[in-house]
Design a binder for this molecule. Structure first.
Ligand SMILES: Nc1nc2c(ncn2[C@@H]2O[C@H](COP(=O)(O)OP(=O)(O)OP(=O)(O)O)[C@@H](O)[C@H]2O)c(=O)[nH]1
Ligand SMILES: [Mg+2]
Length: 277
């Protein structure tokens, strides 16, 4: 995938994280539970260095539960405190205080003489603002389907003892493994304007053909699956009535609809990254 997706504001966010990190006691590193490895920004990982860190696997409602548990063990083995969260329903959010205490042992307000400060970092659209809103218990940070919603820095207070800083999502300039780029695109981390939606849909169709054929059959009410992603895309278009004049499937519209259905979890719960140590 050749895409120019490292605009100026990403470089700016990197600077912002580097500067504000000095004011923070710890960091919530949000990862997408569907792609815990592909959604980890190597650039941010480097900036965070030895700062106490809580790895938050967010969107667990969309990921395969067994693989989420495996990923949790992987991160535990690497020495990270891990939280498994669904920031929409609030699942897992109650364990946050315990996780913070584990990551930053001497963190009481009495010890510090001020509230504990944590920064929330992660790729675009991973759910940073939603996570914060869940913790605060009200809508204080703007959230939305489009990646790139949060701009600049925002501090919010959680109870009396914690202050959180929301940050804009940040990606990195070049994906060594092209599959990482595809996984980021199918999960919605990359803005639709800068990717070829049809190419992304083909990648995902091929992934599902190889890994979850039953889910495809069920969702699109198909008895048998064609071997080619192109034929499958056409079939889906016809099933959904997304047609061009002349009756052929409108591939570009179909690709967009299919990706949205996947991102909304309509095909099921999937984890696209294999757990590895
Ligand atoms: N299903 C599901 N959706 C979630 C979860 N957390 C966030 N979302 C959705 O993901 C989208 C992005 O959420 P945001 O909180 O705006 O993400 P962000 O990381 O702040 O995004 P940027 O500020 O653009 O970098 C929204 O449509 C949320 O409703 C979750 O745990 N599960
Ligand atoms: Mg945000």
């Amino acid at each position: 995938m050749s895409v120019q997706w490292f605009p100026g504001h990403m470089a700016k966010t990197k600077r912002l994280i580097r500067e504000q990190l000095k004011l923070c006691d710890a960091v919530f590193e949000l990862l997408d539970a569907r792609i815990p490895s592909s959604s980890r920004n190597p650039m941010v990982n480097e900036i965070l260095g030895k700062k106490p860190r809580i790895v938050v696997l967010n969107k667990i409602d969309l990921a395969e539960p067994g693989l989420t548990r495996s990923w949790e063990s992987v991160f535990n083995d690497r020495g990270h405190v891990v939280l498994k969260v669904d920031s929409i329903r609030g699942t897992g959010v109650r364990s946050v205080t315990a996780a913070v205490q584990k990551a930053v042992p001497r963190s009481g307000t009495a010890v510090l003489g001020r509230p504990l400060r944590l920064m929330v970092v992660g790729i675009p659209n991973v759910g940073k603002s939603s996570f914060i809103n869940r913790l605060v218990g009200q809508k204080s940070a703007r959230t939305g389907k489009r990646p790139g919603l949060t701009r600049g820095k925002q501090w919010v207070r959680v109870g009396r003892n914690i202050e959180l800083m929301d940050t804009p999502g940040v990606l990195w300039p070049k994906f060594e493994d092209p599959n990482v780029g595809y996984r980021l695109a199918v999960t919605g981390a990359v803005r639709e304007e800068v990717v070829d939606v049809e190419e992304i849909a083909h990648w995902l169709l091929n992934w599902l053909l190889a890994n979850a054929p039953t889910a495809l059959k069920k969702r699109f009410d198909l008895r048998a699956l064609p071997g080619e992603s192109g034929d499958l895309l056409d079939l889906i278009g016809i099933k959904r009535g997304l047609l061009l004049h002349g009756g052929r499937a409108d591939r570009s519209k179909t690709a967009a609809v299919f990706l949205k259905e996947f991102q909304d979890g309509r095909l099921g719960r999937f984890t696209l990254d294999e757990p590895h140590a």
